[in-house]
Design a protein around this ligand. Sequence first.
Ligand SMILES: NC(=O)c1ccc[n+]([C@@H]2O[C@H](COP(=O)([O-])OP(=O)(O)OC[C@H]3O[C@@H](n4cnc5c(N)ncnc54)[C@H](OP(=O)(O)O)[C@@H]3O)[C@@H](O)[C@H]2O)c1
Length: 271
Amino acid sequence: MSKVAFIGAGNMSKAIIVGLIEQGFTASNIIVSNPSAPKREALAKQYGLQHTDDNIAAANFCDTIVLSVKPHLIKDVCQQIASQIDISNKCFISLAAGISIAQIQAALAQPAAVVRCMPNTPSQVGLGMTGMYASPEVNNQQQQYSNDLLNAVGKVMWLENEAKIDDLLTVSGSSPAYFFAFMEAMQQQAITFGFSQEDARELVQQAAIGAATMVIKNADTDIATLRENVTSKGGTTQAALQVFSDGKLGELVSSAMIRAKARSIEICESN
Ligand SMILES: NC(=O)c1ccc[n+]([C@@H]2O[C@H](COP(=O)([O-])OP(=O)(O)OC[C@H]3O[C@@H](n4cnc5c(N)ncnc54)[C@H](OP(=O)(O)O)[C@@H]3O)[C@@H](O)[C@H]2O)c1
């Protein structure tokens, strides 16, 4: 069975490790590396993993290396590993936003097998959506293994080219925050109507999860039709939707997503 090293014991590593353990992955095949002790020790103690403060020891232990440090550290971590061990049979999985496969291979100083992933925050509750793209050096077994790792925290979508990561980032990567912003605004207005903060939150979150579940359970029905089905002519919902329409909600959302994509490209180019 393949072994995996997580470089960085932060939020995303923790989410994936918890998902893997819940799916029956053998804990002794996982090692986590982190410079400071508390996070990796807590993970190791709770799930029976191996842990270290030495990225080289972690990389030596495994076939697959998950790069789960902040984007500005990816280059240093790759240079450190590639300068000290033979990486020719290893597969690197990068979770870092804004770092291309070419940049990772340049830091590794060879055309290594690299899978670039863009997960999102709901991965932390097992409901993530991860876009993935594999460099040509990744073999079928490595691709399947990468798929299994990210599947542990939600759904996975393989992209036909790396540039699609920038599109996906604005659709599923950043978008949990769009929904949070919408729910936040609704909660605020509910409080203005006199609901307690707690009641306002419950009303909003139940509506959100109900709407999302209806979208999932009515897979053959367009989202536009679901909206029309709850919009009686001359009724309250139509009155609210008219305000969105007058404020050009559709155009606003498009502009926001186009801006996020442009920013993703800018960040990648500046790294
Ligand atoms: N969280 C998300 O929802 C999300 C979504 C999409 C993509 N990502 C990507 O996933 C990656 C990890 O994000 P995260 O949220 O898990 O970050 P995080 O919670 O800050 O975790 C990063 C970890 O890396 C450790 N670290 C720092 N320098 C290191 C080194 N040289 N070697 C090994 N470990 C080192 C840090 O340790 P110390 O704390 O001890 O410094 C920290 O525990 C990032 O590239 C991010 O862009 C995250």
